[in-house]
Design a protein around this ligand. Structure first.
Ligand code: GRG
Length: 292
């Protein structure tokens, strides 16, 4: 795992420098718009999606410069979704990444605009990359689908719809997991494959879909067992808000067993790949045992 942590750190540093450069070139008016976008973007975060993009690129032999704008666009979309999710009209959270949420600092109207601004900037970043050729268009199309009304937005809509439902069933839970969380974890992995003409498309798609499921399972477990200091956000909210979670459906212990099995499934999907997939396999272990 020491190798994994070192490599993760290298990918993280590379992406953060790209993001810092992007932010320093972005000079928006009025100043509050500039500040609110950059506040959430530069708060930190694990950057799991950009790290997955760079690692998959390495596995497939794709140069980092070919994927960095896609990784950036996905992180912009992810950050917008967190800002909007934290709003009083949605999850009403005061803290994110250990700091006050965007609307707590800039007000609700400005937080809505910061999210909108990040989403628009993501799309313009993707469109610019499309000039490079057909594979870039297909990769951008895939990312938009993951983020859109048949992806993350559908998952969030179902999440809101089923809040406080008296009964819970696995098919609704799977719909929420797949769309709210898995799709944006699939985006970096699958788009790298698409940029390489669909190399190992099926293996990587199933790996990432399952990894997304594992990510949300651990998120549900951490909401019960995690701490504010590790997570940088409030814990115990799923229960108080009647969220549709694995812990509610299966109980804590079975959710942990399911996390173990899901982690093993992730790794199995990689076995069809000829190449060094050890980082992606270790990534599944990292997600399973994450504390934040
Ligand atoms: C508002 C359209 C819209 C969607 C919101 C992201 C999201 C959908 C909701 C946030 C709540 C949640 C539990 C989402 C599942 C995905 C998830 C665990 C997001 C947190 O992502 P991390 O852990 O965050 O990668 P950092 O801060 O590390 O970037």
């Amino acid at each position: 795992m020491a190798d994994f942590s070192k490599k993760y750190g290298e990918y993280l540093d590379e992406f953060n420098s790209y993001l810092n450069k992007f932010c320093s070139q972005l000079k928006l008016q009025p100043q509050i718009l500039d500040e609110s976008l950059k506040y959430s973007l530069l708060l930190g975060g694990k950057r799991v999606r950009p790290v997955l993009a760079l690692a998959t690129a390495d596995l497939l032999g794709l140069a980092h410069e070919e994927i960095l704008d896609f990784a950036l666009a996905i992180e912009l979309i992810h950050t917008y979704s967190l800002i909007h999710d934290d709003l009083p009209a949605m999850d009403n959270d005061d803290f994110r990444r250990g700091k006050p949420t965007n609307h707590k600092v800039f007000g609700e109207g400005n937080a809505v605009l910061a999210g909108d601004g990040l989403l628009n900037t993501a799309y313009s970043t993707l469109i610019k990359a499309c000039y490079k050729g057909k594979n870039y268009v297909s990769a951008a199309e895939f990312i938009c689908a993951c983020a859109g009304v048949e992806g993350m937005i559908a998952g969030q809509s179902a999440d809101l719809l089923h809040e406080n439902d008296i009964s819970v069933n696995e098919s609704v839970l799977n719909f929420i997991y797949e769309n709210k969380t898995s799709k944006l974890i699939m985006a970096p992995v699958v788009s790298a494959s698409i940029l390489c003409g669909g190399k190992y498309f099926s293996e990587l798609k199933w790996y990432a879909r399952t990894l997304g499921y594992l990510f949300q399972l651990t998120d549900d477990i951490l909401d019960v067992e995690g701490s504010f200091s590790d997570l940088g956000k409030s814990v115990g909210k799923d229960k108080t808000e009647g969220k549709y979670t694995a812990v509610r459906l299966f109980g804590l212990e079975e959710s942990k067993l399911r996390a173990d099995m899901t982690c093993e499934s992730c790794k199995k999907y990689l076995e069809g790949i000829k190449g060094d997939f050890s980082f992606l396999a270790d990534f599944a272990d990292y997600v399973k045992s994450r504390k934040k």
